[in-house]
Ligand binder design. Structure first.
Ligand code: FAD
Ligand code: SF4
Length: 514
């Protein structure tokens, strides 16, 4: 063979640059399922099943074009690592070149490069740009320059102008007079709770998916999660149906309750498109344009449409840029020097804290929880409970269907845990139980009391929040975004402060019992 095109599990894109110049008479496609991709972090069964099923469907679609595809599966070849599968293919085909699209995980890239180097054969490895993304890495780096602090908002405005999305006056002015309507998108449900929740689509499992579910159950029996409710798009056709469904039924109210949480509400009005986008079954521009067209044709609420477009055109592209700009330091970052171990109940949901219990159980059932549950429940606890960032990052990488390092790491280490010292966030995301009470009904069913920071029913979210302010009083009092929090802290008597420290120390000494 002249060229082997290595297609990774999250590169299921028919328009990929890897296929440029592909000649089925001379070249072949290689796809490798490897144990390591499900075990280097303790991958959720649903996450593994999604990747494997989507890969197998993609391989079938290439084969149906008559293209030569070598597909190495876990049940037949059983490669331990991607490198091992690649080495086998090199030995078999003796290609001149290995062609691939830049991986979204630098660990994978290093492994492929090492394998080619160690193969002893005279092979060229050619990385091609991932043109799925709307901002190339050189463009992002040029925008970021040498700035110590990066702000997504400015990047987003640039992207809106560049792609002329939600703009008027020949692309000069944002529709509605401002770029960002976030302030209108933070409503809770009040005491009554959500009325008439939208029902997500159901994707029937075909024989490929059923085989994969059985395989994952067999090979990864002890892994976290539950396959009973597996319901994620595994083909481009299904991903397009999921996109249509979101645009038709959930986009109109997407913004209003974007941050709200409620017991039993697993998905709300969220898009459920992150896994399809990250597997590259969907292109971000088609997603953004579908939302913009719906706004124009159906006169939708601008705050909802802008809120959604900001996530895809802004945050998603920004996070990718940050990952490649700040690696490998980002992976080791630990601004606060936190060293606590991840509580065991992150893997089971068995904790008395109802907010954590609900968010974790939901994650274990679906491989999904929405942004605010990730940021302000499971993530925020990581900051105030002083959990070592790398342990929590590995957990996030393991449990979510949309988790690939380029997007997981900046969100976890950078946004949720402030491990990079606020490179792109102006303050740590911390709040007391009062916030959880306002944005959800979780506190109603909890063993703790959200207002109490001391005593037997003290809410760990609240106690650890005040303890965090106490520990970082000096830094946070000089930050205009957190100065008010510190003013409130300073109203406490010295005696209360001592009691707070004692209570927090007790909680921190054994997080597993909370
Ligand atoms: P919606 O909330 O409906 O948003 C629409 C789309 O916007 C998403 O599909 C996604 O593609 C994009 N998006 C929204 N927020 C972000 C963001 N902060 N960064 C990048 N893209 C965004 N997202 C991932 O795709 N993979 C991850 O591994 C991941 N890990 C996260 C870890 C933490 C600690 C936090 C706080 C956030 C993380 N996110 C991650 C971002 C976000 O939570 C998910 O993209 C979102 O919840 C996916 O659900 P959805 O498709 O219903 O998204
Ligand atoms: Fe979470 Fe505290 Fe509310 Fe319980 S009382 S649900 S621990 S915020």
């Amino acid at each position: 063979r002249r060229n082997i095109l290595l297609i990774l599990g999250d590169q299921l894109d028919h328009d990929s640059a890897a296929f440029d110049g592909f000649d089925p008479a001379l070249d072949s496609v290689l796809m490798v399922e490897s144990f390591e991709e499900s075990t280097h972090v303790w991958s959720h069964k649903v996450r593994s099943a999604l990747f494997l099923s989507a890969m197998r469907h993609f391989a079938e679609s290439l084969k149906s074009r008559g293209w030569p595809v070598e597909y190495r599966s876990l049940d037949v070849e059983g490669d331990k690592t991607l490198g091992q599968g690649l080495q086998q293919a090199i030995d078999k085909h003796q290609p001149q070149r290995i062609i691939g699209v830049e991986p979204g995980d630098l660990r994978v890239r290093a492994q492929i490069e090492q394998t080619v180097k160690d193969s002893g054969a005279k092979i060229t490895l050619e990385w091609r740009e991932d043109r799925h993304f709307l901002c190339s890495l050189p463009h992002f780096n040029q925008w970021a320059g040498q700035s110590a602090s990066l702000r997504m908002e400015f990047f987003y405005r640039r992207m809106r102008k560049q792609y002329r999305v939600l703009m008027e006056d020949c692309g000069e002015k944002p529709l509605g007079g401002k770029f960002n309507f976030d302030a209108e998108n933070r409503k809770g449900f009040g005491r009554k709770g959500p009325q008439q929740l939208p029902v997500p689509l159901v994707f029937e499992s075909d024989s490929i998916t059923q085989d994969v579910l059985a395989l994952v159950e067999e090979k990864f029996t002890k892994h976290p999660g539950d396959l009973a409710r597996f319901n994620w798009p595994v083909t481009r056709e299904q991903a397009l149906t999921a996109l249509d469904d979101f645009i038709a039924h959930r986009l109109p109210l997407f913004g209003l309750h974007q941050d709200a949480m409620w017991t039993g509400m697993d998905f709300g009005w969220h898009a459920l498109l992150s896994s399809s986008l990250n597997l590259k079954l969907l292109n971000p521009l088609e997603v953004v344009m579908a939302a913009q067209n719906a706004y124009r044709e159906r006169d939708l609420d601008l705050a909802s449409v802008e809120g959604f477009i900001r996530q895809v055109l802004g945050w998603r592209e920004f996070m990718r840029g940050v990952y490649f700009l700040d690696m490998p330091e980002l992976k080791k970052a630990n601004h606060f020097g936190h060293t606590n171990a991840l509580p065991k109940w992150y893997w089971t949901g068995e904790t008395k804290m109802n907010c954590m219990r609900q968010s974790l159980k939901q994650t274990l059932a679906n491989g999904y929880s929405h942004h605010i549950q990730r940021l302000m429940i499971t993530g925020m606890f990581g900051v105030t409970a002083q959990i070592e960032p790398q342990q929590l990052c590995d957990w996030y990488l393991a449990v979510y269907v949309d988790a690939v390092e380029w997007v997981e790491l900046p969100n976890t280490a950078g946004m949720a845990l402030f491990a990079n010292g606020g490179r792109f966030t102006s303050k740590p995301y911390v709040a007391s139980g009062a916030y959880v009470k306002r944005m959800s009904n979780y506190c109603d069913g909890c063993a703790y009391s959200p207002e109490a920071r001391l005593g037997p029913d003290a809410c760990p979210i609240t106690t650890l929040y005040w303890n965090f302010l106490d520990r970082h009083e000096e830094d946070m009092s000089s930050n205009p975004r957190t100065a008010l929090m510190i003013k409130n802290l300073q109203r406490m008597t010295d005696q209360d402060r001592l009691a707070l420290r004692k209570q927090a120390a007790e909680m921190l000494s054994d997080l597993d019992v909370l």
